[in-house]
Design a protein around this ligand. Structure first.
Ligand SMILES: [Zn+2]
Length: 278
């Protein structure tokens, strides 16, 4: 009885959120036109993405920095790209925080990092995005607009992949596996495939001579920055899965399959169809 009452309340809340945050046709069409890499997403999934973007807008609080005017265009562009990775997992994976802060361009972040000798340093760096554990996601609007599919770069997918990774504590490239979503994936399988791919990538990056570095950085599908930490490798490969799925699958077939099974989406269309429930 209680369960059905809770479900009824949930569905009323959902309907209200969908109504209040409905995305007008023209704005939705413009948002999708700015994300041409989404050709692989079918009509029914596009409609679900639109609904999920509305629910995302209802659950999160947007603000801007440095006098950037907050517009519907900004909010919907971020919401659509943030909803994409969790389209088949649910917005619940973004629970526990509400803020999305949008900067006009790159912004400066200060953080403390501990080096190998245990000495703590303050680091100041330019960032196009940042996800805080239990806190907001920070994004550069200029960079959000660059994630259109020209290369695998997509700062929104990157930062929201970090958010998923952080659900299980500090980001470490081991996003949580849920029984109801990932019954066919074991932590062991994740570690075997992911760690193996990460180690291979790091070895490859290490082997590039200074002379060839720029050329490698310019042409590599996976940004060499991904060798920094397993959490970065997970976030950068998540961008590639959704933005350049065919190229990613061709170059990293095992990793592609692992991530496709994790996100329960197959943008390159290579996985066998899921067994029908009938
Ligand atoms: Zn990152």
């Amino acid at each position: 009885m209680l369960t059905s009452l809770t479900r009824w309340i949930d569905s009323r809340k959902r309907e209200r959120a969908l109504r209040r945050h409905a995305i007008p046709d023209a704005l939705w069409a413009q948002t999708l036109a700015n994300l041409p890499f989404l050709t692989w997403l079918g009509d029914a999934d596009r409609e679900r993405l639109r609904e999920m973007s509305s629910l995302f807008l209802a659950q999160k609080q947007f603000s801007t920095a440095h006098d950037l005017e907050l517009t519907d265009e900004i909010c919907v562009a971020v919401a659509a790209q943030a909803a994409l990775p969790v389209l088949n997992l649910g917005l619940d994976l973004y629970r526990g925080w509400v803020g999305v802060v949008v900067y006009p361009g790159e912004f400066v972040i200060r953080k403390t990092v501990e080096d190998e000798d245990g000495v703590v340093h303050e680091v100041v760096q330019d960032a196009s995005g940042e996800a805080w554990e239990g806190g907001p996601v920070l994004l550069s609007w200029e960079d959000v607009q660059m994630g259109t599919g020209d290369g695998a770069y997509n700062v929104v997918i990157h930062e929201f992949a970090h958010k998923i990774d952080m659900l299980a504590g500090e980001a470490d490239g081991r996003p949580p596996l849920f029984k109801r979503l990932h019954s066919d994936l074991t932590p062991r399988e994740w570690e075997d495939t992911f760690d193996n791919a990460y180690d291979r990538f790091c070895r490859r990056v290490d082997s590039i001579s200074d002379r060839r570095w720029q050329q490698f950085a310019d042409t590599s599908l996976i940004d060499p920055y991904a060798a920094d930490h397993p959490s970065e490798f997970f976030a950068v490969c998540s961008e590639a899965l959704f933005v350049t799925p065919q190229a990613f699958e061709a170059e990293y077939p095992e990793l592609y399959r692992l991530l496709a099974r994790y996100y329960r989406q197959d943008p390159a269309g290579v996985l066998p169809p899921a067994p029908s429930a009938a």
